[in-house]
Design a protein around this ligand. Structure first.
Ligand code: IVH
Length: 671
């Protein structure tokens, strides 16, 4: 019994030390190592244990006190009016209680509320003198922050001079600096390609960016801001939060368009429910809804308690972070042969979903974060769909945890695993590892790729086993008869499958490009490539230099693309996909301008006025067909400079030979 008590005290002690350590990193050093959500999860665990064993609560527990100091790197800045923090509510009944207190203090029960999203970024205060930005500072401890004016000036959505003249001679606005999620992802993709460690999350990256001593570096980061209120001011401002924000946006400040007035608590709930499931789709991180009393005069009557106003609260979205036990580490072989370790977890609830596994990225991630089998780990799915293990809670280790080692042989085909010197990934050395083949097929049909419904993992395994599908082009050779030859295949599902294969022919060029599973070409890279090169032919013709000009494409991606097009098997597959009617170029074919329809063109020699791939593209876009070789079915041979053997072949077959000028004329006839 007494050893139980000792165990509890010891666990509590470790959790408290851990929280203190992170509070130090966050408040004093301004170098947080964990996200708010992770911090909240550890704090929730501590609170939970303390609530079960109240005898173990001590005065020095972080649950009993809040505090912090500013750090010293930038000049200190004193806020004339302190930046307050917010109380939290987590449930509807806590919200009702909060409202009860508000109404009681306000002496009325007809209070309007203003609902805003709670952005998970960095709070800042901006001071304007006669409409010109004169200073900008971090929140710090709320009273004293740091002067980071020159860094904030680099954020393009912060006006350096205000619009019009309807503002006090001197006033402060407050807002949240954020790092947009898409830009964050692009930055990380680039870092991975460069062999650098990816950043943990957009908020820490925004904070880290603002703390750069060189404003030029800050300027290179795509930071953004939402303004949510006014601090100190002289003179008059509008009387409600709604009107204040409307007014601020007329001055040129960026105000979030999703803010909304709520006339009662039901409408607040409605706003919360509208965002609770979809806030992840926004391009910035937010972790709840801020509910504010709309009437500013009423706020003064309601007042504050310490650093927290009683007239506002944060209604938090359910935590995106949880703490659970890492039971074991498994290894998957991906479509490119890369081994990805994943965590097998003791099931835990995360935002209403039971999580049993989470990604661990690669071996370096596991060793760098010192994640061991048996550890208590925190997991999150902030920003991304797949949950991720953030790290172990080292302080509560028992000593029985086991470090992880990558297997020497592929879990799928037993061939040796290799790791290139400068890469973080381990790969299966067997180019025809069955796992890879299946992965590519599964990747090809997945929603973001060709979006072919009804082809699950098992069915694909059946296809490959029966030899119906060996590569991605084979999907388009499937027939009703072939499908019905499979065991337990019903006519109805076979028809559905064929229909969805048919529909996939309409998928846009970038989706086809992504679906090929070219190494390092994810969705985002496929999109930029598709917008730069309008067709596969243009992409295939691209040189290393040209590829390197594409934003986000570095040596590694460029090389992977060149390697892919250098494989004859891949070109054969592309050819078959084209014959199957897939969209292999960006420009839609305009049916009323298809005057080249029914004509087949071959090209010989070099074309002066445009890239050869572009010429091919333009012919196709007018309904023409490009032939690689001259055969009797070719209608025209386009003769460029220094023609090759195709010319004599064309003459032999009496095929019409036209010049570059002539084809360009045929093309422009359509305009
Ligand atoms: S109002 C009322 N509005 O939350 C005083 N704050 O915990 C609080 N935050 O430091 C400021 N979104 O950085 C307000 N729409 C919003 C907010 C917001 C995020 C942050 C802010 C503040 C922290 C308070």
């Amino acid at each position: 019994m007494s050893s139980d008590r000792e165990n509890i005290q010891e666990t509590l002690q470790k959790l408290r030390d851990l929280i203190r350590f992170h509070e130090f990193l966050y408040y004093v050093e301004d170098k947080p190592e964990i996200s708010d959500a992770e911090y909240d999860a550890i704090m929730a665990q501590l609170k939970n244990i303390e609530s079960n064993f109240s005898w173990a609560i001590t005065n020095d527990s972080p649950t009993q006190r809040v505090g912090g100091k500013r750090s010293e790197r930038f000049p200190p800045f004193t806020h004339q009016v302190p930046l307050l923090s917010l109380s939290n509510v987590f449930t509807s009944s806590e919200l009702v209680n909060w409202q009860g207190r508000v109404e009681k203090l306000a002496g009325t029960n007809s209070v309007n509320y203003y609902c805003e999203l709670k952005y998970d970024g960095v709070a800042v205060a901006l001071t304007y003198q006669d409409g010109v930005l004169v200073s900008g500072a971090t929140r710090g401890d709320g009273v004293q922050g740091e002067d980071i004016t020159s860094n904030l000036r680099t954020i393009k959505s912060i006006p350096l001079k205000l619009v019009g003249d309807s503002f006090p001679s001197r006033f402060d606005v407050r807002g949240e600096v954020i790092f947009p999620k898409d830009k964050f992802q692009a930055l990380n993709e680039q870092r991975i390609v460069n062999g650098e460690q990816p950043y943990a999350n957009p908020r820490n990256t925004a904070a880290g960016s603002l703390r750069q001593l060189d404003p030029a570096v800050v300027a290179s980061r795509p930071l953004d801001i939402f303004i949510y209120g006014v601090g100190a001011y002289q003179g008059e401002i509008p009387g409600t939060q709604e009107k204040v924000l409307e007014w601020l946006s007329t001055l040129g400040f960026k105000v979030n368009p999703n803010n909304k007035l709520a006339n009662n608590l039901d409408q607040v709930e409605k706003y919360f429910n509208e965002w609770v499931d979809v806030h992840q789709q926004l391009n910035y991180a937010c972790d709840g809804v801020v509910v504010k009393v709309n009437n500013i005069e009423l706020r003064d009557i309601i007042g504050s308690l310490g650093r927290e106003p009683r007239w506002a609260t944060a209604y938090k979205f359910p935590s995106q972070t949880a703490v659970t036990r890492l039971i074991d580490i498994g290894v998957n072989v991906g479509r490119t042969g890369v081994l990805t370790p994943y965590a097998q977890l003791e099931p835990v609830n995360l935002t209403g979903v039971t999580i049993k596994s989470a990604t661990l990225h690669n071996e370096d991630y596991i060793t760098d974060n010192d994640i061991r089998i048996g550890d208590l780990v925190s997991i999150t799915r902030a920003g991304d769909v797949i949950p991720r293990v953030v790290g172990p809670i080292v302080e509560v280790r028992t000593g029985k945890e086991v470090p992880f080692k990558m297997p020497d042989n592929c879990p799928s085909c037993d061939n040796p695993i290799v790791r290139n010197n400068n890469e973080s990934a381990h790969r299966c050395s067997n180019a025809s590892c069955p796992s890879m083949g299946n992965h590519l097929l599964r990747h090809f049909v997945s929603r973001a790729a060709m979006d072919i419904d009804g082809l699950g993992e098992n069915l694909i395994a059946q296809f490959t086993k029966e030899g119906l599908v060996e590569n991605i082009a084979d999907f388009y050779s499937l027939t009703l008869e072939k499908l019905l030859s499979l065991e337990r295949m019903q006519q109805k599902s076979a028809n559905n499958i064929l229909n969805s294969i048919n529909r996939s022919r309409e998928r846009p060029f970038e989706a086809v490009l992504y679906s090929l599973g070219i190494r390092h070409v994810g969705l985002e890279t496929a999109r930029v490539l598709a917008s730069k090169f309008n067709s596969f032919d243009m992409l295939r013709a691209a040189t290393l230099e040209l590829l390197l000009e594409v934003p986000g494409v570095g040596e590694v991606i460029a090389k992977a693309i060149l390697d892919w097009f250098a494989e004859d098997d891949n070109l054969e597959i592309l050819n078959r996909l084209q014959l199957s009617g897939l969209t292999l170029s960006k420009l839609p074919i305009d049916p009323i301008r298809e005057q080249l329809k029914g004509n087949k063109f071959a090209i010989t020699g070099s074309i002066e006025s445009m890239n050869r791939a572009e010429l091919e593209d333009r012919i196709r876009n007018l309904g023409g067909v490009i032939a690689k070789n001259v055969t009797s079915s070719v209608d025209y041979l386009i003769q460029g400079d220094k023609p090759g053997s195709k010319l004599s072949k064309a003459e032999e077959l009496s095929i019409t030979v036209i010049t570059e000028e002539q084809i360009i004329e045929m093309l422009s006839d359509s305009r």
